[in-house]
Design a protein around this ligand. Structure first.
Ligand SMILES: C[S@@+](CC[C@H](N)C(=O)[O-])C[C@H]1O[C@@H](n2cnc3c(N)ncnc32)[C@H](O)[C@@H]1O
Length: 202
């Protein structure tokens, strides 16, 4: 059985008890660098996940006798490794443990419900902004190329009225949440790892 475990937004206080136990009992942990580094005192083997997805699946299929856990930030099925692994590993061999997504975390911090939320991503791709901005409530995972400022420029270009919430380094000691109109957000110097929420009514 392969476990795919959501670690939550980053701070270890947010990992589920089940996730923690399964990790402790694993022979092998597979995950991105930041996620592997966050698991302290692990005695087994650690394998870094980068663009080696095919090799990782082959390794998992060739080592069925081992207790293997793939760790993912937030929830594995929100812009995470869950989709790829579920498409490439037999369902009876896959145990997915959900985690608290960075999206859920930011909504709890700003006291806004997630009902009717449109979830999308600019991580490694250019979204269709006409479509994205047609929604009343949006949350985006982002990357360095298309982050809060680029999103704000798209809002201003279309003369739309939106409140923008940027959640940076959520759950870490340097967490920062900025709330404002697109023009306010453009005045902020730079942004670290972040999610962006766009609201029409706030
Ligand atoms: C590949 S996606 C993974 C999302 C993850 N599965 C989740 O549910 O939160 C990576 C992006 O998620 C967002 N993210 C993940 N953890 C974050 C955190 N602690 N603070 C802010 N944004 C975060 C950032 O936009 C980052 O670039």
């Amino acid at each position: 059985m392969i476990n795919v475990i959501g670690l939550g937004p980053g701070n270890s206080d947010y990992i589920t008890k089940l996730g923690e136990t399964l990790i402790k009992d694993s022979d092998v942990l597979i995950g991105g660098k930041r996620n592997l580094e966050s698991i302290k005192d692990f005695k087994g083997e650690k394998i870094e996940l980068a663009s080696n997805l095919k090799e990782i699946v082959r390794y998992i299929n060739d080592n069925k006798e081992k207790q293997i856990s793939v760790i993912a930030s937030g929830d594995p099925f929100i812009y995470g490794i869950g989709k790829y692994l579920s498409q490439n590993i037999e369902p009876e061999n896959l145990n997915v443990v959900c985690g608290i997504s960075s999206l859920q975390y930011i909504f709890s911090k700003v006291h806004v419900d997630m009902n009717d939320l449109y979830i999308t991503s600019s991580h490694g791709k250019t979204p269709d902004f006409d479509y994205v901005l047609s929604h009343k409530k949006v949350c985006m995972v982002t990357d360095k190329n298309i982050g809060p400022k680029e999103i704000c420029k798209e809002i201003i270009k279309r003369s739309l009225s939106k409140t923008v919430i940027v959640g940076e380094n959520l759950s870490y000691h340097n967490e920062k949440i900025s709330i404002g109109k697109p023009q306010d957000i453009l005045k902020i110097d730079n942004f670290d790892m972040c999610v962006v929420v766009l609201l029409e009514d706030y």
